[in-house]
Design a protein. Sequence first.
Length: 126
Amino acid sequence: MGKFLKNKGISPDIIISSPALRAKKTAISIASELKYKKEILFDKDIYDKSAMQILEKIKMLDDKYESIFLFGHNPELNKLSNIYVGFDQNIVTCGVLEIEFSCNKWIEVEAINSKLISYDYPKKYN
């Protein structure tokens, strides 16, 4: 999926990941593929908080970040995607859900200004 994102020209301003081993390895692998040189923020709250608590963390991000990559876990990421873009499928392991928000500040992120751009996953390309 790192190669897919690289070919698509998608690059994050910040990467936030759960510190759990699989999420951490995936974040590091994709960051390496994208030649992302900044620090990856490993946040325990991504591992053990509810979807709404994760969203609150996103809403508190510095507005200097335009694009974030979030590496986390189900069922909470599934819940977030359903709330914000009506995505009711299971996000599979290493699935990439691209969401665009029509707002200028992270605090303004709401379902009404959220749009699903794409959903991709490894088996789609095998």
